[in-house]
Design a protein around this ligand. Structure first.
Ligand code: ZN
Ligand code: ZN
Length: 399
């Protein structure tokens, strides 16, 4: 089986490259993936799968019913691009001004489609079913995965485990994959805070309530959450990215607006940090006699890799790629990924597919206007997910 999957994945390399480059040239923002979804649905139909469109708005699902067995594994790739102006000068650069596949989602969709091609050609030997999930709106703060779950993507037939893929720059080299045991990507929550004071003359501060001073205290205090209120070995990031208030140097503002992001890895820490922020805002505002409106938005859940499934993927990747091509990553990443919503619902694991290649000039980080990768990575991804899916279904079948 391993040899057959490897051979087939190598055979379709040109088709994968062409498919990815077409998506790359025609990027679409979150929930506007109409052309992309259409192209994927057509390709899945052509392969011979049962296809469902409009799942979670613009999502697409292909179902491969295997020979026997009653388990179904899900393979998930996302489809949306970012509002980034591409700076790469390559023949397949984005043709759409200000929109770019800077997070590699063109690669993810292509890997999952490639796995569908490979597994369909071997369908008589697959002991279970595979759902190929093409998710929209990953860059929209969690709405993409949630929309698909609400539309029943994990039901009928019920999906019992899910694998996700993401192109990954350093330290994972082209040809390698990386896996985290436990947390892989952070939860990403948002702070929207309005502080209400009482404006007046800056030379008579005692006659005013200064929301800028209140904001400054709050910004400093919430930094103490990471340094004094949570375990130093349990990462927490609290960043205020926007502050808006005031009109002139000698006028005390009436109101200040703040926006920020909070990243955590563990569900219990996520709740704790939220409570601490609420407490600090309330306490500081009250002490300094200001008012406030806090809108704390729980965004993307942390992506936590289920250890048993991760071990299975690790073994599969070692067998099909070679042992030295599989990295056990020491640290998770504090970026958010809405695969978290899927692996919060059923056991899942997130596979980071290496693209780092200084030789080819592929050294740029995700979301960079220069991010790019060699399509050899797609073959690596297809081999890994296709073989891991078969291994999972075979194991489930023999239990
Ligand atoms: Zn991204
Ligand atoms: Zn991404």
């Amino acid at each position: 089986m391993k040899e057959k999957i490897s051979r087939k994945a190598e055979e379709i390399k040109d088709a994968l490259r062409e498919f990815r480059r077409d998506l790359h040239q025609n990027p679409e923002l979150s929930f506007e993936e109409f052309r992309t979804a259409n192209k994927i649905a057509q390709a899945l139909t052509q392969i011979g799968l049962e296809v469902q469109t409009g799942v979670g708005k613009t999502g697409v699902v292909g179902l491969l019913r295997g020979r026997s067995g009653n388990k179904t594994i899900g393979l998930r790739g996302d489809m949306d691009a970012l509002p980034v102006e591409e700076l790469n000068q390559v023949p397949y650069a984005s043709r759409k001004k200000g929109v770019m596949h800077a997070c590699g989602h063109d690669g993810h969709s292509t890997i999952i489609l490639g796995a569908a091609m490979v597994l369909h050609s071997l369908r008589a030997e697959i002991p279970g079913s595979v759902k190929f999930i093409f998710q929209p709106g990953e860059e929209s703060g969690g709405k993409g995965a949630r929309g698909m779950i609400e539309d029943g993507v994990l039901k009928n037939p019920d999906v019992s485990a899910i694998l996700g893929v993401h192109m990954w720059p350093a330290p994972i080299r082209l040809g390698q994959i990386g896996l985290n045991y436990g947390p892989s990507m952070a939860a990403s929550d948002s702070i929207y805070l309005k502080i209400k004071g009482q404006g007046g003359h800056a030379a008579m501060p005692h006659m005013t309530i200064d929301p800028i001073v209140i904001a400054a205290q709050i910004i400093n205090m919430i930094q103490l959450i990471a340094s004094r209120m949570t375990d130093p070995l349990d990462p927490v990031v609290v960043s205020i990215g926007l502050i808006k208030g005031g009109t002139r140097r000698n006028i005390i503002a009436n109101e200040v607006e703040l926006e920020g992001t909070v990243r955590t890895l563990l569900p219990e820490t996520r709740i704790k940090v939220k409570e601490k922020i609420e407490k600090i805002v309330k306490g500081v505002a009250e002490a300094l006699e200001g008012g406030y409106e806090l809108n704390y938005v729980m965004g993307v859940a942390p992506t936590i890799n289920e250890p048993g499934l991760t071990r299975l993927v690790e073994e599969a990747a070692q067998e099909i790629l070679g042992e030295d091509q599989v990295l056990r990553l020491q640290h998770p990443h504090m970026t958010g990924e809405d695969f978290g919503a899927l692996c919060e619902t059923i056991p899942g694991t997130f596979i980071k597919v290496g693209v780092y290649s200084p030789e080819k000039g592929h050294v740029h980080v995700l979301h960079s206007p220069r991010f790019d990768f060699d399509e050899e990575a797609l073959v690596t991804g297809v081999k890994t997910v296709a073989y891991a899916a078969v291994k999972y279904l075979s194991r489930a079948h023999s239990e």
